[in-house]
Design a protein around this ligand. Structure first.
Ligand code: C2O
Ligand code: CU
Length: 476
């Protein structure tokens, strides 16, 4: 029997009819219930060939013991039921990043659920209202749990997906490895918290250091990029090819070439590309990450296989993906709020509120905190709301990054439109769940607060989150 939490009218109908015997159900009642997909995920330690030979295998924490976690695929409008078993030595939870779940399914420890103790199981169950590319990860001590490998893709397919030859996912991971390819144990170090987070020294695509990714001449690929790194920002250049961005954070955008030829993904960001493979068998196209210009490196080569080129496609044009059912904010009547980010190295924050008390920076740092939102440095997930929204109302938030660092700011349970960046109207007014603010940048975002509950709003550089850059937005 399902919990009353998700007991909606259609299921109630079905439930009553079900007691009379499912076989007698009229066809309309049978099709009215969303199909439920059942998945089991076991969070556990494992050992995987992350760096590849000649390096030894690496001890990780992983869902089902594989890196990345199993890709979950579901159709838009279907219901997902995931049984999560915790075989780690510490508590965990799972957060479904970008999925507009009911609050109790959001996976935030203490705020939306009791954490899953070692040996315990928790069942998450929710509908997936939006098609697109999403992911899942723990929200408990995420700077270490995600950093040790707990992350996986969650793909919600359109009811009629665009015609491509292949739909592929690249989960982009970043690791700090020691000489023997084991994960460096210095999680939560103040040096990383106070600067740009735990940037690693080894980048993986789908859990391995790769040399090539095989493609076929003439092939049209839908490439779903997901940045699951704790802190690394990627800026990918597909030299010689013309990738088109068709969705960001799962939400469709007008197909367009990436700005300055570079696909930028802050932590937690997803970008769907359509990539037409030009060239002939044997050709190679390097994919370069040039985000941190001093450390440009080759991510991998797209290697054109010896297979015969696919015939030229008749439908060269790229249609916009169908929009998801998001409520349009009413900008004329929206209430406005300011949200200021402060702290970090080279900042001028001298104090912040900690546990309801004004606290000087040295005491904050002693407690592992160095970041604040509107003057509050948060420890733990439960605190007084930073903002309280009235359910169904529209809001515009002016996010001001008063720091010398990048911050990918993520709001749970909702999508927001980016209205402007540094006072300039944004070109595409894209819907995001995570907006990457550059140093000293400001952005205006707008949303309808239509999902009731207490929702996290935090930086997705997981060390910044742990270091205080987090708050609760209440929709009541
Ligand atoms: Cu991807 Cu609060 O998380
Ligand atoms: Cu940050």
């Amino acid at each position: 029997m399902r919990g009353s939490l998700h007991f909606n009218r259609r299921e109630a109908l079905l439930g009553v009819a079900g007691m009379a015997g499912a076989a007698c159900l009229p066809a309309w009642a049978r099709s009215a219930a969303p199909r439920t997909r059942d998945v089991t995920l076991v969070a556990r330690p494992s050992r995987v060939p992350l760096a590849g030979s000649p390096h030894p295998d690496t001890d990780v924490w992983a869902y089902d013991g594989v890196l990345p976690g199993p890709e979950i695929r579901i159709r838009q409008g279907e219901r997902l039921r995931v049984r999560v078993e915790n075989r780690l030595a510490e508590e965990t939870t799972v957060h479904w990043h970008g999925i507009r779940v009911p609050n109790a399914m959001d996976g935030v420890p203490h705020l939306t659920q009791r954490p899953i103790a070692p040996g315990e199981t928790f069942v998450y169950e929710f509908d997936c209202p939006d098609a697109g590319t999403y992911w899942y990860h723990p929200h408990q001590r995420s700077f270490e749990q995600v950093g040790r490998g707990l992350a996986g893709a969650l793909i919600v397919e359109e009811t009629s997906p665009p015609a491509v030859d292949r739909d592929a996912t690249w989960v982009l991971g970043d690791w700090r490895l020691t000489k023997d390819a084991s994960i460096s144990g210095d999680f939560g170090h103040m040096r990383d918290i106070s600067h740009n987070g735990r940037i690693g020294n080894t980048v993986t695509v789908n859990g391995r250091v790769r040399d090539i990714f095989a493609v076929r001449a003439g092939e049209r690929l839908r490439l779903r990029l997901i940045n699951v790194a704790n802190a690394r920002i990627f800026g990918l250049e597909f030299s010689g090819l013309e990738p088109m961005v068709v969705a960001i954070d799962g939400q469709p955008v007008e197909p367009h070439a990436p700005e300055a030829g570079r696909v930028v993904l802050g932590p937690a960001t997803r970008i769907d590309l359509i990539l037409d493979i030009a060239g002939r068998p044997g050709d190679r196209y390097a994919v370069i990450d040039s985000f941190y210009s001093v450390q440009r490196y080759r991510l991998l080569d797209l290697a054109v296989s010896d297979d015969d080129p696919l015939p030229e496609r008749a439908d060269k044009a790229m249609a916009r993906l169908p929009s998801n059912p998001l409520a349009e904010p009413d900008l004329r009547n929206a209430q406005r709020h300011e949200v200021t980010l402060s702290g970090g190295m080279m900042g001028h924050m001298s104090s912040a509120m900690m546990n309801g008390r004004k606290t000087d920076i040295r005491t904050l740092m002693h407690n592992g905190l160095i970041w604040a939102i509107n003057g509050v440095a948060a420890s733990g997930h439960v605190h007084d709301p930073l903002l309280t929204f009235e359910r169904g109302k529209s809001y515009v938030l002016r996010l001001v990054n008063d720091t010398a660092w990048h911050h990918p700011m993520h709001l749970h349970g909702h999508f927001f439109r980016v209205l402007s960046v540094n006072g300039q109207p944004s070109a595409r007014r894209e819907w995001l769940d995570t907006v990457l603010l550059y140093p000293r940048e400001e952005a205006e975002i707008a949303l309808v607060a239509d999902n009731p509950g207490d929702w996290m709003f935090h930086c997705h550089i997981l060390e910044h989150q742990a270091g205080g850059m987090m708050g609760v937005v209440r929709v009541a």
